[in-house]
Design a protein around this ligand. Structure first.
Ligand SMILES: Nc1nc2c(c(=O)[nH]1)N[C@H]1C(S)=C(S)[C@@H](COP(=O)(O)O)O[C@H]1N2
Ligand SMILES: [Mo]
Length: 260
């Protein structure tokens, strides 16, 4: 039987396809950090400490390449680098809707009686009404939202800088993650450095109007340094934690860091 040239000892596994998948996991910009040798299957197996014996170990290997990618992206992430901003004239109209369901199934969150819950490593006030949130310091941004499904669009959001909000609620900003629970079955989490980035906004407005249901009423976390799926809509609860919370798409194989 022909031996696998990569030395995995498993000629029955399609090592070329596995390597292609592993390389895809190492999405840009993290690839810049790698030499050509590390991007071989042998190099990646050595870095992850994995061995390939069956389909299950292949999945575990790809998962650890993805987690390695998270760490490299977090390490390369420059908290002072700003995402490009655009002019009013460059806005994409109409701005696309996207969710894991169709537009007819958008959750209708009732404004009356709505409270944003805060939990985990925060010392401050736990529940926020919409009028309290609307009274917070206001910032606007026109940035590009990039979806992995192959489209991008320039949009205009208004809300409050998330870094100020985290400080105001007494969040432990030395914790690793900020997590989000949504009115649909969506959930997401981000690294603390991205949460503290100056362009990360908790948004209540789209194009100068109250955020409409399809774009995430009552609020969408807008992170222009990350891909679209890292921008949770219909946020109902925010928590600070050191326990990895995952996310709706990353738990199905998308890279968790999701830098754009
Ligand atoms: N609650 C919730 N947030 C979500 C999603 C979702 O399905 N539910 N989809 C994500 C994805 S993949 C994209 S591209 C953007 C789309 O936001 P938009 O409808 O404002 O364009 O929302 C993100 N946030
Ligand atoms: Mo997306």
């Amino acid at each position: 039987m022909k031996r696998s040239p990569t030395g995995t000892g498993m000629p029955s596994l399609d090592t070329r396809a596995i390597l292609a998948d592993a390389r895809r996991e190492l999405a840009l910009p993290s690839r810049r950090a790698f030499g050509k040798r590390v991007l071989t299957l042998g190099g990646l197996l050595m870095l992850t400490g994995c061995s390939l014996t069956d389909e299950k170990s292949v999945n575990a290997f790809l998962m650890s390449v993805s987690r390695m990618n998270d760490r490299i992206q977090a390490w390369l992430f420059d908290p002072t680098r700003l995402a490009p901003t655009y002019s009013e004239a460059q806005l994409t109209r109409p701005f696309p809707f996207n969710a894991y369901y169709g537009i007819d199934q958008v959750p209708e969150v009732d404004a009356d009686g709505f409270v944003l819950k805060l939990s985990g490593l925060v010392t401050g006030k736990r529940n926020w009404t919409l009028s309290e949130l609307y009274a917070l310091p206001h910032a606007e941004q026109i940035t590009r939202h990039i979806c992995v499904e192959g489209w991008s669009a320039i949009g205009h959001w208004g809300g409050t800088p998330f870094v100020d909000f985290l400080h105001r609620v007494g969040a432990d900003t030395s914790a690793k993650y900020v997590g989000f629970k949504c009115a649909d079955d969506y959930y997401e989490s981000i690294d603390m450095a991205s949460a503290l980035h100056p362009q990360t906004l908790l948004t209540f407005q789209y194009d100068g109007q109250t955020l409409p249901p399809e774009y995430g009423f009552p609020m969408k976390l807008r992170i222009p340094t990350k891909l679209g799926y890292k921008n949770p809509k219909h946020v109902m609860e925010i928590f600070v934690t050191n326990t990895y919370p995952g996310g709706y798409w990353s738990d199905q194989g998308y890279n968790w860091f999701g830098g754009s």
